[in-house]
Write a protein that binds this ligand. Structure first.
Ligand code: BES
Ligand code: ZN
Length: 621
């Protein structure tokens, strides 16, 4: 919790740098090993930003003013997180009486960035930092006009989670610290800026935009997008910001967002963030979506034309409860964000689209989990994962998502759906606007569900879910009738008993295609590949999930007719969920030279995160 929390029960030794914290035998609950900030001494409560977006030089420059709360009688230096920031001046003092103060940058850690140490006058409660970002800021992508849908205007977006807010704002970059913020963003006149704050759908494009986020949020949820954006409402509280070229298609694809919002409120408690809008980004966005409060950031690659990939919207919306309202206290606790959200996503999909869709989404999630359990070391299968000394971007996997969700599904099955829904609603209320640890959650579980249903649940089994690798024996195994029908047909085709054209694929959604393709054996013959492709036109598939599953098969089998599509896909899309597995498969299947050539060609258009993690795949450490 934020203050004074269970999270403070186990604080690191005084003055321990995150590097030294790593010396503990076990990670300590509530310690954020990914921030330099001395959050025991000071807490940032409010941020005032004034930034100019300079597209010519690819820098954000201006001032960040932090209001800080003192937690100690002593007057230690204030330590903030930064990464590649050019700090020009720091002033500090009380209220508006700010004077220049001394500051210094410490030693740079390759994962964590550089601590900024500020000498505070006694009693100071405000710090103003003048700075500018680097053109290579890890949390900012500056796009050339040709990388956008309209090709005429540049675009900028930020992606702060997990530890990249520090690359565009000097602050306490820890999910344990919540702050409100205000911002003034200055842009070229013809562009519109939007933020994870109160966007006014009616605002005039004049190059100066004011924002207010009155609810306290962690730094990883601060977000900014700038581009040739227009707004279209989808419902009373929901709408979409996109380039005009994508606006109508986006609003149509995601028209069920308002329904999703309503069913989630009915079941899990009020939506506390006022509006819920979507920002459609260019395809280089490294994720599917990001739950920036009031304004989820969304990849355009899910606009499939048939709503088949809108679980992504349900997911980012669900974070308005699990994650944005109740927040993981450190990145070890990420499963509290992503596991709960994945569970809620499936439930929302069921409410809005019915049982069959629910079963398929659940079954695909289960298969994703199995795939990750198969190719990961044991220690990375633990939900409360030890992240010390590691780059969160490198550790990213399905485990916190799908194992977390399966765990909650087991709880639901044991205590009954109605009871579990009530538990969740109470949980969100109880911890609203707080950051909590895995242990805080377990304690809450002890006091609620475990007390109520001692014969149905055991702490021992729960500990096994949270602290042991793999999944406990007898865990639920979600299945779908629609998929069970596919298994024998796929087998008959593989056995040569039927032709691909004999398979009744009429009415198959992406889910069935994905299940059909992902269930293929490692190796197929050239004939089989050709037959699949000519019958189902897979290389031409416009559904990016289907195209991805097919391209994975193509790469594993060196199916050359798909190479041009593979290149187009890798150059056109920066979403890591697709890009990384494809490069990895290329490296493992004799396509090293192709992988390098395509990567170098695509690199100028990739997001810094996509460049970082895929450079590792291609060139090693
Ligand atoms: N918050 C995550 C993205 C994230 C997680 C960024 C950890 C950095 C560190 C977002 O909500 C997410 O989970 N996106 C998924 C959605 C999918 C599971 C539906 C994605 O981008 O693929
Ligand atoms: Zn998520």
């Amino acid at each position: 919790m934020e203050k004074p929390p269970a999270a403070t029960a186990n604080q690191p030794q005084k003055d321990a740098a995150p590097g030294q914290k790593t010396a503990d035998a076990e990670p300590k609950s509530g310690v954020d090993y990914h921030s330099f900030a001395n959050t025991d001494d000071y807490r940032v409560k409010h941020l005032d930003l004034d930034l100019t977006a300079d597209f010519d030089n690819k820098v954000l420059k201006g001032e960040a003013i932090l209001d800080i709360q003192r937690l100690t009688q002593k007057n230690p230096s204030l330590i903030l997180d930064t990464r590649d920031l050019d700090i020009k001046a720091v002033r500090a003092g009380v209220g508006n009486n700010l004077k220049d103060v001394k500051f210094s940058l410490g030693k740079t850690d390759p994962h964590l960035g550089t601590p900024l140490k500020i000498e505070l006058p006694k009693g100071a409660n405000r710090v103003a930092i003048q700075y500018q970002t680097s053109p290579d800021a890890s949390g900012v992508q500056w796009l050339e006009p040709q990388q956008t849908a309209g090709k005429k205007h540049p675009f900028l977006f930020t992606q702060a989670q997990a530890i990249h807010a520090r690359s565009f704002i000097p602050l306490q970059d820890s999910p344990q610290v919540r702050m409100t913020y205000k911002a003034t963003i200055r842009t070229p006149k013809e562009l519109l800026a939007v933020m994870s704050a109160n966007n006014d759908p009616e605002t005039e494009k004049d190059g100066v935009y004011e924002f207010d986020m009155p609810q306290p949020i962690p730094s990883y949820l601060i977000a900014l997008g700038i581009g040739n954006l227009e707004f279209k409402p989808m419902g009373e509280r929901t709408g979409v910001y996109a380039e005009p070229e994508l606006l109508d298609a986006s609003a149509k694809e995601f028209e069920d967002t308002e329904d999703m919002l309503e069913v989630t409120e009915e079941n899990y408690g009020p939506y506390r963030w006022d509006r819920y809008d979507l920002l459609i980004l260019p395809p280089s966005f490294p994720f599917g979506g990001m739950e920036n409060p009031r304004l989820s950031f969304i990849t355009p690659t899910v606009i499939a034309g048939d709503k088949s990939l809108v679980a992504l919207i349900a997911h980012e919306l669900a974070h308005s409860w699990s994650g944005n309202l109740v927040t993981n206290a450190s990145w070890r606790d990420l499963w509290l964000n992503e596991g709960f959200t994945t569970y809620l996503t499936n439930r929302i999909m069921q409410f809005v689209y019915g049982d069959e869709r629910y079963n398929m989404e659940m079954a695909l999630g289960y298969d994703d989990l199995q795939a990750d359990l198969n190719d990961r070391p044991d220690k990375d299968e633990i939900m409360a994962i030890d992240m010390r000394g590691r780059d969160p971007d490198e550790v990213f996997s399905n485990i916190p998502y799908e194992k977390g969700s399966l765990f909650l599904y087991e709880l639901e099955q044991k205590v009954g759906r109605e009871n579990f829904d009530k538990f969740l609603m109470d949980y969100f209320n109880n911890f609203a606007f707080q950051s909590i640890t895995t242990e805080d959650f377990l304690k809450y579980l002890d006091e609620t569900l475990l007390k109520q249903y001692p014969d149905k649940l055991s702490r021992e089994r729960i500990n096994q879910w949270v602290f042991e690798p793999g999944i406990p024996e007898g865990a639920p195994h979600p299945q779908s009738d629609a998929f069970s029908k596919i298994d024998p047909v796929r087998q008959q085709w593989l056995d040569g008993k039927i032709k691909a054209s004999d398979i009744d694929t009429k009415g198959w959604t992406f889910h069935q295609w994905k299940y059909f393709l992902d269930g293929m054996p490692e190796k197929l013959t050239e004939e089989q590949l050709k037959e699949l492709d000519s019958t189902f036109k897979l290389t031409q598939s416009k559904n990016n999930e289907v195209a991805f599953s097919w391209l994975m098969i193509a790469v594993r089998n060196n199916y050359a007719p798909a190479n041009a599509r593979l290149e187009e896909f890798l150059v056109g899309i920066g979403r890591n969920k697709f890009v990384r597995p494809l490069y990895r498969a290329m490296m493992e299947n004799g396509m090293e030279d192709e992988a390098k050539r395509i990567f170098e060609k695509a690199k100028p258009g990739y997001h810094p995160l996509t460049v970082k993690v895929n450079s590792k795949v291609i060139y090693g450490d």
